[in-house]
Design a protein around this ligand. Structure first.
Ligand code: DI6
Length: 402
């Protein structure tokens, strides 16, 4: 067994079989950034390691995977939130040029350095909550230069912070002011001009399919253009209304269908056989104070894998803790603590096309893991606002130890 690092004394939820079963007194061996052996201490093959971290009976899980964020953006929308707290609705504000378009103006006006500094600070907060892999979307540029700038910043965040970053092109987030009233023309511009130019900077392509975004037919055009270039796709589906998003995501074999607050039985039936992951974003439902809930019981009964993510963004989910998103998924959406942990690890990895590579602690997977100041998986969703990360291992490097 190759070993640069041994993590001993673990109460280990490896998530390798998709469940949060805990193994006591477990050891994880790491070689060259990859997990090389996992098992009970008594079975550890003899040998030495250059570094040993003793978890001393604490819970150890895979590093968390935040599979849906909009971390790169200019400015913030605290003032808009104040108005929403006083009764204005998100869609009303969006129709009057606030909402996503306010952030588009601020993002277009921001330099690459400014975007990098702001996103880096937000990513540091997420990382402190136990996140070792994060997806970052574009979608606040809505023109070629700014979309490209956002994706370049997202790609640089990885080396700058040590967090594994996966990028998604969300050029079809909403219709920009220059195309007001001409959504089909904007979809044409995205497919023919922006997508080809940014394809090398994006690991996947996403569309906001809803009233503030695009119809299912428009979304299908963007997803088809992406798939023609060999890029995997995902979809913001049925967030504000049942717009056929889940069914579209399933039909095109999307990696994930995200939100699903308004998905009906046909959407769940379509997802059932598709392999598409349902990504639940309780921070957005909470901040929007939308009483609609994703059909969790039906998704569970249909065996659809459910991921949980922060959706970190300046409008609907200024949430920078994945454990807090897991808490909300349990409290608001009815997930069990074990489902929430699977949702923030192995199922989130699947939503990024990284199944078996991250989000599990198993031989061959990236050596990304968290030692928690906790003993039970349930504690991760139970404590509110208490930093529980004791140590984080990223690619075999122990990056924080408090
Ligand atoms: N749904 C959301 O909740 C975010 N984007 C999307 O498609 C909101 C983005 C924003 O308001 O800035």
């Amino acid at each position: 067994v190759g070993r640069d690092l041994l993590v001993t004394g673990c109460r280990l939820a490896s998530m390798a079989d998709g469940t949060a079963t805990v193994m006591d007194d477990a050891v994880v061996a790491v070689a060259a950034g990859t997990v090389s052996w996992v098992g009970p201490a008594f079975a550890l093959p003899a040998g030495t390691a250059s570094r040993v971290v003793d978890a001393a009976g604490r819970l150890v899980t895979p590093g968390l995977v935040d599979c849906h964020t909009h971390l790169v953006f200019g400015g913030h929308r605290a003032e808009e939130y104040r108005r929403r707290l006083a009764g204005a609705t998100y869609e009303e504000l969006a129709r009057h040029g606030d909402g996503i378009l306010a952030t588009v103006r601020a993002t277009r006006a921001a330099s690459e350095d400014e975007l990098m500094e702001a996103a880096g600070a937000r990513l540091a907060a997420l990382a402190a909550s136990g996140v070792t892999t994060v997806e970052v979307k574009s979608g606040y540029g809505l023109d070629l230069d700014t979309e490209l700038r956002m994706l370049r910043v997202a790609r640089q965040l990885g080396p700058a912070t040590g967090v594994r970053v996966v990028t998604t092109f969300l050029g079809a987030h909403t219709v920009p002011e220059e195309f007001a009233g001409r959504p089909d023309d904007y979809v044409g511009y995205v497919c023919s001009t922006v997508l080809p130019a940014v394809a090398g900077f994006a690991d996947a392509v996403d569309v906001f399919c809803d009233r503030v975004g695009f119809t299912a037919d428009q979304a299908a055009l963007v997803l088809a253009a992406a798939q023609e270039r060999g890029l995997p796709v995902k979809l913001h589906a049925d967030q504000l209304s049942d717009s056929g998003g889940a069914a579209l995501a399933a039909r095109v074999g999307a990696l994930s269908a995200d939100h699903l607050e308004h998905t009906g039985p046909e959407g769940v039936a379509a997802l059932e056989a598709s392999g598409t992951v349902a990504v639940l974003l309780p921070g957005a439902a909470y901040v929007l104070a939308d009483p609609a809930r994703p059909p969790v019981a039906a998704l569970r009964a249909a065996g659809v894998p459910m991921a949980v993510a922060t959706a970190a963004n300046p409008g609907t989910s200024p949430l920078l803790s994945l454990p807090l998103a897991m808490h909300l998924a349990c409290r608001l959406f009815g997930l069990t603590p074990e489902e929430a942990l699977a949702g923030a690890t192995c199922h989130a990895a699947r939503a990024l096309g990284l199944a078996e590579r991250v989000g599990v602690i198993a031989p061959g997977a990236a050596a990304d893991l968290v030692v928690w100041d906790a003993t039970e998986p349930t504690e991760l969703v139970y404590w509110l606002g208490r930093p529980l990360c004791r140590a984080v291992v990223r690619g075999g490097q122990v990056t924080s130890l408090v």
